[in-house]
Design a protein around this ligand. Structure first.
Ligand SMILES: [Zn+2]
Length: 113
């Protein structure tokens, strides 16, 4: 059963794939935004909380937390920029100037016609 509103026209053999891609990339951008607005203040709060308990501000703990945050953020950003080519199944990273599949040249959000 196909949900309403996702009809695939004769020209759009990849439109379903790109629709899925678009909703997924929105979700990844949401994760990135959450990491920014929740993750960073959270690491500061943990450091401040530990500082309250131990009496001295845990600079190294805060640095470690920031390093972990940076790794998670970078990995999420890399994952968010990943594109699955629906034609040749190549996985590539979208970036500045990279909007076509490096393998077969299919443009992002482009249909196979
Ligand atoms: Zn391709």
């Amino acid at each position: 059963m196909r949900p309403l509103g996702s009809s695939v026209g004769p020209m759009g053999i990849y439109s379903e794939h790109w629709e899925k891609y678009k909703s997924e990339s929105v979700r990844w951008l949401l994760y990135l935004a959450l990491l920014l607005v929740v993750g960073l203040p959270f690491s500061a709060l943990v450091a401040i909380g530990v500082g309250r308990v131990t009496g001295s501000y845990p600079v190294y703990l805060h640095l470690v937390l920031l390093a972990i945050w940076l790794v998670v953020f970078t990995k999420t950003a890399i994952r968010a920029s990943r594109v699955n080519c629906p034609r040749c199944k190549t996985v590539y990273s979208r970036g500045r100037g990279v909007s076509n599949c490096p393998q077969c040249g299919l443009g992002m959000l482009q249909d196979g016609a």
